[in-house]
Design a protein around this ligand. Sequence first.
Ligand SMILES: C[S@@+](CC[C@H](N)C(=O)[O-])C[C@H]1O[C@@H](n2cnc3c(N)ncnc32)[C@H](O)[C@@H]1O
Length: 234
Amino acid sequence: MPTLARCVSRARVDIMGWFTKKMKQEHKIMLQHELAAGIVQPEYHRATPECLEPQRWSMIDSMTAEVEVLEFIATLVTTIKPQLVVETGSFLGVSTEWIARGLERNGPSADGKDGRVISCEYDPEVYAKAKQRIDGSPLSRWIELRNESSLDMQVDGTIDLLFSDSDMPVREAEVKRFLPQINPNGIILMHDASSHLKVVREAALKLEAEGLISVVLLPTPRGLVIAQPRAGRQ
Ligand SMILES: C[S@@+](CC[C@H](N)C(=O)[O-])C[C@H]1O[C@@H](n2cnc3c(N)ncnc32)[C@H](O)[C@@H]1O
């Protein structure tokens, strides 16, 4: 069991590390997440024309989706009852757990199968932390974590819900990659689609202009696209 003194000294070493060597953003925020110990704070993202008061939203850290967005995703899961959810960009698996919470509440389908979420994280260090967290979670039976890139990940079956939350520049490619497997009645969520962050918003609008998906831009601090494939719609 680590003593408080050991934790404080470890935190000091970690904080000093931020100054002494250039740390990958994900690793820095991973440490901030540990130090915050689940305490929520006001959203850090600056105001945009579509979301004027971001401080009214909450966050655990700047990588993990806004708390309200996590709640929205869990509610979406209980609303549409997906059997297969795919998430790109697990980070520490917080959003993965919220998805799993919805799947747990849904219970099994008529054929006795539980819904499941497959989530990928390509950074091995971040993946190891996420895996440790999820392995110790009562929700682990609904979750499959993979240490791979969204651009390589192979998933069998029909995807009922895709949560795209990886590196912003690859979102267009990953949505295109999974699109043929997405249930025509399914939902695609693309996070970080604010007018400030731009890249994901532009990718979503481009996919819409190409006739591939229909999009709604939700005015959240970091922006959230809710979309549906155009092909096969009844
Ligand atoms: C915004 S964070 C994800 C946050 C998480 N979904 C949540 O809300 O709790 C993005 C994560 O995606 C990972 N990542 C970036 N590009 C990726 C890719 N192509 N495939 C898989 N993971 C990726 C990063 O290492 C980072 O941990």
